[in-house]
Ligand binder design. Structure first.
Ligand SMILES: *Cc1c(COP(=O)(O)O)cnc(C)c1O
Length: 483
């Protein structure tokens, strides 16, 4: 598809704005003004509409197709929450308003959303307080581990290491490194959860804490969490819960009751707000009492007269990690979603997510090898090792699915499973959709026996077939020069 620059014709215009009587440029100092006109494409309004509509139709989305991308919880985002986010009282708010005394009454509704959302998340997770500021799960992790570091500093603890299981999401080790700690990895045992024996050998007085994804990245619930928490707390370490998989346990298990001291929640996974393309998302972080003094600023407080305000006066806070309210429109959608489902609805969502994943596990295991043959949570990890022996790898099956209009599962992650295919159907998919998915995967398995070579040129339905992904990442060039 040509770039919009290639559709440019000199002099062509869309809407012509009437000339303004105020000369805006005059108020900008000469040295900041452009010397030459900006080389924007010259196109009509229709050219623009067609160009971007066509591009949007190349997007793969939950609104158009099944998206069982494990670890990502690509559930359907109800349009009701979009309506909430578009209410002019919210969408028209200027972020500076709450800092002006006279503006405060205009922001009481928005502050109430933040205030109540904190209460909701505390109730759902068993934590004592939340910050709504972090802009993604990874950002929440960094916020949490920075609070871990502030806690140790305040107590004069000399700490060096954070323990992470080998199945962890890549953001966990990255967080540990950015927060200034060294990572210690612990292997998974034959059940697919952290090996307690190895863990006990790796804990020492310099252990700052442990990051555990709960339920685990293998889609398995680790029933040793309280035992692990006891071991970490014995050296005054902090238990971090990567809560990206909260969708599996809503209304059934609260990390705050099991010994975790701090956790992040991905609103853009569990609470049906949009994600993809790197954001915007929201990764609120919850803490138990002992970490409350270190929460980032600002925090929403209720004054004695019942009004709400943003408070910045927390001397032990780790400081600013985002501006103003965090990603407010995302938080607002999640708030609307929680109100829409209610307590029973949230628990039902988790039940259905787990049921859907177990249904796929039972149906697919006839043709595909299971990484761990035991009941799973909201996602299930298969291995394409049987197909790989015929020369058809997880990547080939993923490309086959694209041609069938299904988003591939997460492949080659977790790193602990060879030829991994991590499937997360979510609760929003019907049995018919799951059956179609099984049918298509069985077709791939049949083809891998009859004609493995067929897979090598897939997909055929996309503008680009098999890019050199390593080259695309290492040798990136996004500049456009007209030939
Ligand atoms: C998605 C995910 C993250 C990171 O969240 P982002 O919002 O993508 O930064 C961290 N851990 C796990 C287990 C995840 O699935």
């Amino acid at each position: 598809m040509p770039l919009i620059f290639e559709k440019s014709v000199p002099g062509r215009r869309g809407l012509k704005n009437p000339a303004s009587d105020a000369d805006a440029a005059a108020s900008i100092p000469q040295k900041y003004r452009r010397a030459k006109a900006c080389p924007l494409p010259e196109v009509t309004e229709l050219d623009i509409v067609r160009h971007f509509t066509a591009l949007s139709q190349k997007n793969f989305s939950v609104d158009t197709n099944f998206y069982p991308l494990g670890s990502c919880t690509m559930k359907y985002n109800p349009k009701f929450t979009e309506e909430a986010a578009r209410m002019p009282g919210f969408s028209g708010l200027h972020p500076l308003l709450p800092q002006l005394r006279q503006g405060e009454k205009l922001t009481q509704g928005a502050l109430e959303v933040l205030y109540e959302m904190e209460k909701f998340l505390c109730e759902i997770t068993g934590m004592d307080a939340f910050t709504m500021q972090p802009l993604a799960g990874a950002h929440g992790e960094l916020t949490g581990v920075m609070m871990m570091a502030a806690y140790h500093k305040a107590r004069g603890n000399k700490k060096k290491y954070v323990i992470v299981p080998d199945s962890a999401h890549g953001t966990n080790p990255a967080t540990v490194a950015i927060a200034g700690y060294e990572m210690v990895a612990v292997a998974s045992d034959e059940r697919g959860v952290m090996d307690i024996g190895e863990l006990s050998r790796k804990i020492n007085a310099e252990t700052a804490g442990l990051m555990l994804t709960c339920p685990d990245t293998h889609g398995i619930f680790n029933s040793d969490v309280d035992k692990i928490a006891g071991m970490i707390h014995a050296v005054d370490g902090i238990m971090y819960c990567d809560g990206a998989n909260l969708n599996a346990v809503l209304g059934r298990f609260r990390p705050g009751d099991a010994g975790f001291d701090v956790m992040h929640v991905n609103l853009h996974k569990t609470f049906a707000t949009p994600h993809g393309g790197g954001g915007p998302g929201a990764g609120p972080v919850g803490v138990k009492e002992k970490l409350v003094p270190y929460l980032p600023i600002s925090r929403v407080i209720k004054r004695s007269d019942g009004t709400l305000a943003l408070n910045y006066d927390y001397p032990e806070s780790i400081g600013y990690i985002a501006s103003f309210y965090g990603n407010f429109a995302i938080i607002l959608r999640a708030y609307a979603y929680i109100l829409l489902l209610g307590k029973e609805g949230l628990r039902e969502a988790a039940n259905q997510a787990v049921l859907n994943a177990n249904y796929l596990k039972e149906r697919l295991k006839e043709r595909f090898d299971l990484a761990y043959d035991r009941p799973c949570m909201h996602e299930v990890v298969f291995s394409a090792s049987r197909q790989a022996k015929r020369g058809v790898h997880a990547l080939d099956i993923a490309k086959f699915l694209i041609d069938k209009g299904i988003h591939p599962p997460t492949i080659y992650f977790p790193l602990t499973v060879k030829e991994a295919m991590m499937i997360e159907p979510t609760e929003t998919e019907s049995k018919e959709t799951l059956d179609l998915f099984v049918h298509v995967l069985f077709e791939a398995d049949d083809l891998s026996q009859r004609n493995p070579a067929y897979f090598k040129d897939l997909p055929q339905s996309t503008p680009i077939t098999r890019p050199d992904e390593a080259k695309a990442a290492r040798d990136i060039n996004t500049n456009y020069f007209k030939a």
